[in-house]
Design a binder for this molecule. Structure first.
Ligand code: 16G
Ligand code: MG
Length: 571
């Protein structure tokens, strides 16, 4: 603890010039002093306004130390607010360039930070002085009735492979510890989903180390492999690790797996740069091969992770004449494969299995053909706003909720009650029977697939085992349905917040009149669909368009982009 006499000059004068000190206990005074002192180490950079946004703070790494330090404080408070449960703090900027970094918080459930805390995150990140920071914290602690004097907060800190990660992690540690009695545990270089998984496991009283994470994947994957009715020859999977943490972890994991032959490229050790011309975001947006892949790989099953391995897409190069173009199997195709497999197991269980509420959650970006496909299977489909936290919340409403964004973020959530029903049925049905096998497969899927957040490693293992189960090649999987041609463009405008959409982001409510104009454009195209939304991560308005031909999708996207410019002006 910091004795008051060691207060920096500015800090002690703050205590005296603010009558607050009169009513503060010695403990509170010591706490305030601690934050004032440490925050002086991390002044905020001039003229930068940061927002927690869709998935945490992101910026050029050189600007982030004060933010990460402050998110450290927030994480300790969150832990204290939830009876000292363990909270996770992840330092990553996902698919963004290597010079960027970011920070986000995992709640004790393993899910994203409660959205109710996001405004506080924004406020403290932008507080212009240590004094303002302390004052915001004091107000918040009071409002949320956080028992700060008890201490005992615990925050696990993870980071991806970015060179700036270590320095930022030190800032996070100081932030966490400046809330007196809170501990920061450095859990090392991890994928984002690993940290979420570990935090969830820790708070459930389960084994929660990184080795436990791997062991869980290996055991449940093996269980699903053992339940495959007819074993097939497996071909090699080519993995693009985005030169990030995901490829590195897959190298460890594959050592423990049989029945998966994976060649990992773009590991980051071969001189490649994180996310530069590689990775799931690049492949999904550009629909071209990542660096390190080419004509020699024609027809092979390939997968790509993003920089922190919470996105997964598959692809293959159809023929030599296609140049660098790939056939993409995005999050929607992965979702469809998962839905098909789970539905098949429920059908085997029979009438009781059909009682299970199996639902699918997508965003407005889901290809219309995928939505038709899952609806055609008789599944309920609901739409959520872009961003994992929104999809996750809706998926929790089902017994089995499968959610995916087209960009490859997604997972399958099993409700506690459905899981215990399944476990009960495992005892009821005779071992080796079809029903027993189906129930056992579902239990294994619930263990394999990350219940905290979308996870490229566990998603990849589930795709691989399902393909083996079905005896399918990647091409056969791709034939589930044919994507409608689509196009995404972004428009730089003076103020993207001028665009306000409905909750599912399919219609623009503001600026007034723009939706009617978009509708008029859509009507000109067969299977036309388009929408606009302000990005949550970049200062742009995004436009999405779909139509029956690529030319039409391009043309619709361009006309809608023109409308955005004429209604909002271009910057
Ligand atoms: C973030 C989100 C992702 C979303 C994307 C949208 C998480 C973990 N990540 O990367 O789900 O698709 O933002 O970006 O929630 P945008 O708002 O710039 O289009
Ligand atoms: Mg990511």
């Amino acid at each position: 603890m910091l004795p008051l006499c060691s207060l920096p000059k500015k800090a002690s004068s703050f205590l005296h010039t603010h009558s607050l000190s009169l009513s503060l206990s010695a403990m509170e005074e010591t706490q305030i002093a601690s934050i004032l002192k440490s925050s002086e180490l991390y002044p905020i950079p001039q003229s930068v306004k940061l927002s927690y946004g869709t998935a945490g703070f992101r910026a050029d790494a050189s600007l982030l130390e004060s933010t990460v330090y402050r998110v450290g404080i927030l994480s300790s408070l969150r832990s204290l607010n939830l009876k000292s449960s363990t909270v996770g703090l992840m330092i990553t900027a996902s698919h963004n360039k290597v010079s960027d970094n970011g920070v986000k918080v995992s709640d004790p459930s393993g899910g994203m930070l409660s959205q109710e805390w996001e405004p506080f995150a924004d406020q403290i990140a932008n507080a212009s002085s240590p004094q303002e920071l302390v004052s915001l914290i004091k107000d918040f602690v009071k409002k949320e009735e956080i028992a700060i004097e008890k201490g005992g907060g615990e925050v696990w800190l993870g980071r991806d492979t970015r060179p700036s990660g270590e320095r930022l992690l030190r800032a996070a540690e100081i932030g966490v510890r400046s809330v007196l009695g809170s501990v920061a545990v450095d859990v090392g270089v991890l994928t984002t989903p690993q940290l979420h998984w570990m935090v969830r496991a820790k708070n459930k009283g389960l084994k929660a180390t990184e080795s436990d994470y791997f062991e869980n994947l290996v055991t449940s994957f093996k269980c699903l492999i053992d339940l495959i009715p007819v074993k097939v020859e497996i071909s090699t999977l080519l993995l693009d690790g985005a030169n990030g943490v995901g490829g590195m972890k897959m190298e460890v994991l594959r050592g423990f797996l049989s029945n998966l032959d994976v060649e990992i490229r773009n590991t980051g050790r071969d001189g490649g740069v994180l996310n530069e011309g590689v990775g799931a975001d690049f492949v999904q947006k550009e629909k071209v091969v990542p660096l390190g892949f080419g004509v020699k790989d024609v027809g092979m099953r390939c997968a790509s992770f993003d920089g922190d391995a919470d996105r997964l897409v598959y692809f293959y190069i159809p023929s030599e004449s296609c140049g660098d173009k790939v056939e993409l199997l995005d999050g929607d195709k992965i979702l469809s494969l998962f839905a098909l497999f789970i539905k098949e197991q429920l059908n085997i269980i029979g009438d009781e299995g059909k009682q299970c509420r199996l639902g699918v959650v997508q965003t407005a970006y889901a290809n219309g053909a995928s939505t038709d496909y899952v609806k055609g299977m008789g599944l309920e489909v609901v739409f959520a706003k872009t961003g994992v936290k929104h999809l996750h919340e809706k998926a929790e409403e089902f017994d089995v909720g499968i959610y995916f964004e087209a960009n490859g973020h997604g997972t399958i959530l099993f409700s506690e009650s459905f899981l215990s029903w399944l476990v009960g049925k495992q005892k009821d049905y005779s071992e080796g029977s079809d029903k027993h096998n189906a129930v056992s497969r579902l239990v294994a899927v619930s263990n394999l697939i990350n219940q905290a957040v979308g996870d490229a490693l566990s998603g990849l293992l589930l795709v691989e085992v399902i393909l083996q189960h079905m005896g399918w090649s990647v091409q056969k999987w791709n034939e589930l349905y044919k994507d409608l041609p689509s196009r995404q463009v972004k428009v730089e405008v003076p103020d993207r917040t001028a665009v306000v959409t409905t909750s599912e982001e399919t219609k623009a409510l503001k600026p007034l009149g723009i939706q009617d104009a978009i509708n008029a454009e859509i009507k000109k195209y067969q299977h036309g669909r388009a929408f606009i939304r302000p990005s949550g991560t970049e200062d742009v308005v995004r436009v999405y368009a779909e139509a029956s031909t690529q030319e039409d999708a391009d043309s619709l996207a361009n006309s809608v982009a023109q409308l955005v410019k004429s209604f909002l002006g271009s910057s």
